[in-house]
Design a protein around this ligand. Structure first.
Ligand code: 5AD
Ligand code: SF4
Length: 484
């Protein structure tokens, strides 16, 4: 699910287009690689896998696009504007190739998978195309470009999880990292292109997930985010119907996986994204409640507050079911932040149906929401079955209403934190002031405070004194000593 990241949680706007820079581990081949990522956290995580594969082949990565011999753009197809942005970027590189003819430009990720050879053959914007399951083939594909061949691999796999590849970390602070636990998606929400671009859902071996989290912690990381389009459908050694595949081996579900990862260390914070209302079990909520180091934060996209729209979206739940899951969260994890995704103007959405989204927003009062106008995507079920018939201005007006209401809700939630003390993981210096640090609390809200005696990677207790729409402001009351 992008959020995009899905993953669905989409990456912070400021990180869109960020480059992955790493040190080469093997004998260098003198070529400089620049990888740029768009879209969800899964794409950013995949770029780390790509960087790992290519540095093993002797490439050096660079953060300076102007000195690159090879530029790889990891792309997102979730909405049309995400693709437009990438197209513009590719056009820039096409112009640069007039000056630097041996520059290799490649496209990775969802747009590569969706458009296949189009960008290479028809639009002549790129030299290389690799879909999300073809990254192991990149060294060969780059070589093919060198010999003047068409370098394309968009084969989707039923079992590729890159489980054995130790990704090279993108996050420059060395404190927070992403760990993929599943790839692909089988849900077929009717608006969504992800099942077509990322293929069938598959889960990664739990031992390799544990090992990666442990390795991150041993290297100084303090937080991991477990990533999947739908983390609740993680399953190992089980079929989708719950049958055991190999009786001689243990099975693992998402609750058990989290339990195991939480055991790496009490000082390693665990986050996860994205949860799916149809699959999120009480067992998962109980594991979150039981472990202090699993954050009390759930991203639970609703998409619409109307059951008929949800049916057209093929989401697999109703308004009432979603509200039951919210009640379960409040019952089992009394202090839990909940965020969501909302789409306005889906096919045939009436004013009444839109009002149901407004009323459920009043009822649930999400801490934060990612809100979008519906954007029809080629080949999706909605494109084939329904007409994209809500006029653009109505989609926009509904979106504005939804955003305004969410702003008010977020402000209420933030104001309620004033006077409370939060445990915050210090992630870096605040963008606005060198005398301030910033980090996030258990609820995933950004907290900014004067630096005092703390450093990046510390856990601190912060008393909240003020807030803006998206940030809490406060003072450190204690720097916590790490557990042994
Ligand atoms: N149009 C608008 N928003 C979409 N999303 C997914 N597909 C579309 C689309 N076609 C949103 C959903 C999803 C998030 C990652 O992106 O809200 O949860
Ligand atoms: Fe998320 Fe549904 Fe898309 Fe899967 S099909 S990625 S669950 S929105």
């Amino acid at each position: 699910m992008n959020q995009e990241i899905h993953i669905n949680k989409e990456i912070d706007e400021s990180r869109q287009g960020e480059a992955t820079v790493i040190e080469s581990s093997k004998e260098k081949n003198g070529k400089k690689l620049y990888v740029e990522s768009y879209g969800c956290a899964m794409n950013f995580s995949d770029s780390e896998v790509v960087a790992s594969i290519l540095t093993k082949e002797g490439y050096d990565t660079t953060g300076d696009v102007d000195e690159a011999d090879i530029v790889l753009i990891n792309t997102c197809s979730i909405r049309e504007n995400a693709e437009d942005r990438v197209r513009k970027r590719l056009t820039n590189f096409k112009n640069r190739k007039k000056r630097q003819p041996d520059l290799v430009v490649g496209i990775l990720g969802c747009m590569a998978e969706r458009l296949k050879t189009n960008l290479l053959e028809e639009e002549k914007l790129v030299d290389l195309v690799a879909g999300p399951d073809a990254y192991r083939e990149l060294p060969g594909l780059i070589e093919e470009v060198g010999t003047g061949q068409k370098a394309v691999n968009v084969l989707l796999s039923r079992d590729e999880t890159y489980a054995d590849i130790s990704p090279i970390r993108l996050d420059k602070s060395g404190i927070t990292g992403f760990v993929s636990i599943t790839r692909g998606c089988d849900n077929m929400c009717s608006f969504c292109v992800v099942p077509f671009t990322r293929g069938r859902e598959r889960s990664r071996d739990p031992q390799t997930i544990y090992n990666e989290c442990k390795e991150l912690f041993d290297n100084g990381y303090k937080e991991v985010t477990l990533l999947g389009q739908n983390v609740d459908s993680y399953r190992w050694n089980m079929t989708s119907k719950g049958e055991i595949k190999d009786e001689t081996k243990p099975t693992t579900n998402f609750a058990q996986l989290m339990e195991s990862v939480a055991g790496v260390s009490p000082d390693l914070r665990i986050r996860f994204s994205t949860s799916h209302p149809k699959d999120m079990t009480d067992e998962v909520l109980e594991v979150i409640a039981k472990h202090d180091n699993i954050c009390n934060y759930i991203h639970l996209p609703i998409q619409s507050g109307n059951s008929e729209v949800l049916k057209r979206m093929n989401r697999g739940y109703t308004r009432e079911w979603y509200l039951d899951r919210i009640a379960a969260i409040h019952r089992i994890i009394p202090d839990c932040a909940i965020t969501t995704d909302i789409i306005t103007g889906f096919c045939d959405e009436t004013d009444e149906e839109h009002k149901d989204t407004m009323t459920i927003m009043e009822e649930v009062k999400w801490d934060f929401a990612y809100m979008y106008k519906y954007s029809e995507r080629p080949k999706t079920l909605a494109e084939r079955r329904f007409e994209d018939n809500v006029p653009e201005e109505i989609k926009g007006a509904r979106l504005t209403e939804v955003i305004d209401l969410q702003r008010r809700n977020s402000a209420i939630k933030n104001k309620a934190q004033i006077g409370r003390v939060h445990k915050v993981l210090v992630e870096g210096t605040s963008k606005r002031s060198k005398e301030h640090m910033s980090g996030r609390n258990d609820h995933n809200t950004k907290v900014v405070f004067p630096t005092g005696d703390c450093k990046v990677g510390d856990y601190v207790l912060v008393k909240i004194t003020d807030c803006t729409t998206a940030t809490l402001l406060g003072e450190i009351t204690e720097v916590l000593v790490p557990a042994k």
